[in-house]
Structures are given as structure tokens and as C-alpha cells.
Design a protein around this ligand. Structure first.
Ligand code: CA
Length: 227
């Protein structure tokens, strides 16, 4: 079945070029030219992926993205922008983007990134993970620990989701960055450690810990009872 992509881009020549290339690859493309319509379209139906320009009339791509994540949407989002500052990129990824592409880009690069995100989304069909009183529902975006709700940021949620999918497997910082932040994250190297620390604080129970550090290798989700 064809995947549906919402393409939000106000620059007409680029919009039509991308629409024709994506249609050629058998994606169903819904076109949108401004930020306000994007919000309406996102409320009207679900999409397999969203390509979101940063600078848009009426609402910025980042505003749209933040709102989408606040509402609990997991839809893969690629932010597209002419900016190339690292700070902007970090801001885009911190706002919940799955990937980021800087204009101008080769269409093949965009197509490759789309395929990666759709593949990741497709292999993650399970809605609920249940691991020693830690329950994560990826559809409702709800996480509970011993039946108590845990409030996570979008990034912490994605990180915990990644660790749960790989439970008992040690994952390196680079693997976490690639899978949770996007393929070419170039921010602070300790970003992963900081988010792991926050997750640990939120998953604190006196008798056990969930996330273990494997010295020089990375992290693993593996329960350890301490007493
Ligand atoms: Ca624009």
C-alpha cells in the first residue's frame, strides 16, 4: 500500500518538484503551502510521514512540530530548512524532529532518509511494552511505572522506546544518537548521557534500576534489583 506523505513547503517551485519526485516513487503526496493549513491537515487525517519546512507563512515548522508532539503524535517528521547553523538543527531535533535536511539537497538524499524513517516506523508495530512494572504504550504515548504515570519529554520517550525495543542489548551512544536523534546529529556529545540521567531520575524506584551503564560500551535496558 502506498504511504501518504504530508509535504509542507511554501516555496512553489520546490513544492512541485518534490511532489513530482515523491509521486514518481509511489508515495501519495498531500501538498500544503502554509503553516495554518498544515495544522488543519494534521488534525484532519494521519500520515505515514511529514516533510516540514522550517520557515513558513503564519506558523513556523517548529511551532507545528512542537504542537504535534505535545498532542502525542509519533508521526516521523523530517524538518527541511535553508539554515545550517548547528543551534537551529539541535533546536529542530529537540523539538521532536526525527531527521533534518538542509537546503539545497539532492533528492536521492531525501528519498533515502524517507525510506529509513518509514522502515523504522514499520518495524515498530507493537503498541505496548511491558517490562517489570514499566509499561510504555506508543499509541497513547503513556508511560507508567508501578501503575504511576511518568511524564517524559518527547526525546526521553523516544529514548526509552529505543531502549525497550533493544532490551538486554547494549547500545552505544552513537547508535542511540543515530536512532533517536537522527542520522547526522552534530550537537553535544554528552546529550545522550544527559537524557539518560533524566530518564533514570524519572524511573527511580528504591529497589531496582532499569538502565545500566556498560563502561565504554554504552547503555542497556536491563532491570537490576538492589535489595
Ligand atoms: Ca519556506
Amino acid at each position: 500500500m502506498s504511504k501518504t506523505i504530508l509535504l509542507v513547503e511554501d516555496e512553489e517551485s520546490l513544492q512541485f518538484y518534490l511532489k513530482s519526485e515523491l509521486s514518481f516513487e509511489n508515495y501519495v503526496v498531500i501538498q500544503c503551502f502554509n503553516g495554518k493549513n498544515a495544522l488543519d491537515l494534521l488534525e484532519a487525517q494521519t500520515y505515514d510521514l511529514v516533510i516540514l519546512d522550517w520557515m513558513l507563512p503564519e506558523r513556523s515548522g517548529i511551532d507545528i512540530l512542537r504542537r504535534l508532539r505535545r498532542q502525542g503524535s509519533n508521526v516521523p517528521v523530517i524538518i527541511m530548512t535553508a539554515r545550517s547553523e548547528v543551534d537551529d538543527k539541535v533546536m529542530g531535533l529537540d523539538s521532536g524532529a526525527n531527521d533534518y535536511i538542509t537546503k539545497p539537497f539532492e533528492i536521492e538524499e531525501l528519498l533515502a532518509r524517507i525510506r529509513v524513517l518509514l522502515r523504522v516506523a514499520g518495524t515498530n508495530q507493537t503498541d505496548e511494552y511491558n517490562y517489570y512494572d514499566l509499561i510504555m504504550n506508543t499509541k497513547t504515548h503513556r508511560v507508567t511505572l508501578l501503575n504511576q504515570p511518568i511524564l517524559l519529554t518527547q526525546r526521553e520517550f523516544d529514548l526509552l522506546n529505543y531502549l525497550l525495543r533493544n532490551k538486554d542489548v547494549v547500545v552505544s551512544r552513537d547508535e542511540i544518537l543515530d536512532n533517536v536523534w537522527g542520522v547526522d546529529f552534530s550537537g553535544q556529545y554528552n546529550t545522550v548521557d544527559v537524557n539518560i540521567r533524566h530518564l533514570r531520575q524519572k524511573l527511580y524506584l528504591p529497589d531496582r534500576s532499569y538502565i545500566q551503564t556498560e563502561r565504554s560500551l554504552g547503555y542497556v535496558l536491563r532491570v537490576r534489583f538492589d535489595g
